[in-house]
Design a protein around this ligand. Structure first.
Ligand code: HSE
Length: 429
């Protein structure tokens, strides 16, 4: 239905909400020409009215009462940028049920309840858009849903967490240890005061759940995603990797294999020539392989006030066009398959192992035979350093099912000649 003005309510006025407020203003001069209508922020839901008053030109838009938004029939679009599962989940559900279109950046919620909320949107002929939930300003949801929709996508892999990429980049490029790099990430505002969700891979895991669901048309929730963070990566691992021609990155991996979907986040050694290896600092990049398009890579800023606002505003414009053309309600859940999700022990990969072993004759042969007995074949072995009475060896394996490698590690743990396994990292390819 053609409307001269489309009213928007913003839920939250933190970093991302403030970005949306700013980009909305920046777009004002050309909005009518672009959309054939005008968007107006009618209400902003905040917790602290006094604090929020400093961020807006007109304080009459501020409210701390959700009922003023959900009960206002003239509000067409609700933009949720408050984050967290609740009350955001309840507000989104109520907004969709009331026939309002919703734009959200909430990866936690979409990774947990995306299917249910998309069904609600469909039922009420409204839109639920969430481009900003994955990789901030980088367009990836829309390309997967639209431009690449005529492909069978077999793989989506990428750097989808800027904080950990910043930390690993500092460790790799400037030789810092993990804690020094984390301290700088915190000082620069990349890492939160509690960095757990980033450094343990949970933030990336939520993004992988969303990407896998869209790419493979099969619902993958956060609880299906294997997550392993970067807290065990040491400068020694990075130095060995570099010498051998690899870079260590925290990767989100979603693969559609004949045995089921792989959805995982963990550090990985990738060849230094791989396009993802050159993605440095807080940048994100997502690599997609489709049967028709072949390889595509998306690169840009994965977080931040204006980049994230860019993705949200794109969604707001899309839903405004849909409202104008009476075509809301087409963002239904695309998960028409029900594929199994593989356990991490069932994946097949190459592995990097850094071990301390007794420095005496025959030990290397014993290590090789334990690996061999567990179907693990060795691609490369490096022995460089001696630490006290022990030798440090690095083994790169050929492809093996993870379960077999873990069986070998269990045997190593019982052997007196093996003093420790300090590095265990999956290898690309
Ligand atoms: N904390 C995230 C990151 C940004 O470091 O990439 C929000 O998803």
């Amino acid at each position: 239905m053609k409307k001269d003005v489309i009213n928007v309510a913003l839920l939250g006025l933190g970093t991302v909400g403030t970005g949306v407020y700013k980009v909305m203003k920046l777009q004002e001069p050309e909005m009518k020409a672009k959309l054939n209508t005008v968007l107006k922020i009618k209400k902003i839901l905040v917790r602290n009215l006094e604090k929020a008053a400093k961020k807006v030109d007109d304080t009459s838009v501020l409210t701390n009462n959700w009922q003023e938004i959900i009960g206002d029939e003239t509000i067409d679009i609700v933009v949720e940028v408050m984050g967290g599962l609740e009350p955001a989940g309840t507000y989104i559900k109520e907004a969709l049920t009331a026939g309002k279109c919703v734009v959200t950046a909430n990866k936690d919620l979409i990774a947990a309840r995306g299917g249910e909320l998309l069904d609600t949107a469909s039922e009420h002929h409204t839109d639920l858009l969430f481009e900003a939930a994955v990789a901030g300003g980088i367009p990836i949801i829309n390309p997967l849903k639209h431009s690449l929709s005529a492909n069978y996508i077999s793989e989506v892999m990428g750097i989808v967490n800027g904080t950990t990429n910043f930390i690993l980049s500092k460790m790799t490029e400037e030789g810092m240890d993990y804690y020094q790099a984390l301290k700088i990430a915190t000082e620069l505002g990349f890492a939160e005061a509690d960095p757990t969700a980033d450094v343990e891979g949970y933030d990336a895991g939520r993004k992988v759940a969303i990407l896998a669901s869209i790419a493979f048309h099969s619902r993958v929730t956060f609880s299906d995603v294997y997550t392993e963070g970067i807290t065990n990566i040491t400068s020694r691992d990075i130095a060995y990797a570099r010498e051998m021609g690899w870079v260590i990155k925290l990767l989100g991996v979603a693969k559609n294999t004949p045995e089921g979907v792989e959805a995982r986040v963990h550090p990985m050694l990738i060849p230094k020539e791989h396009p993802l290896a050159t993605v440095s600092g807080s940048y994100n990049a997502v690599f997609v392989h489709g049967d028709a398009v072949d390889d595509v890579m998306f690169y840009g800023r994965g977080a931040g006030e204006l980049p994230t606002a860019s993705a949200i505003m794109g969604d707001i414009f899309e839903t405004a066009r849909n409202i104008t053309h009476d075509s809301t309600g087409s963002t239904h859940c695309g998960c028409y398959k029900n594929l199994p999700v593989k356990r991490i022990d069932d994946i097949i990969s190459r592995y990097f192992l850094r071990m301390e072993v007794e420095d005496k004759p025959g030990v290397l042969a014993t290590v090789a035979s334990v690996l061999g007995n567990n179907s693990v074949s060795i691609e490369q072995v490096v022995q460089k350093a001696t630490v006290g009475d022990n030798a440090e060896i690095v083994v790169i394996t050929n492809h093996v099912r993870e379960r077999h490698l873990k069986d070998a590690l269990l045997t190593f743990r019982e052997m007196s000649a093996v003093k420790g396994i300090s590095g265990f990292i999956r290898v690309y390819g």
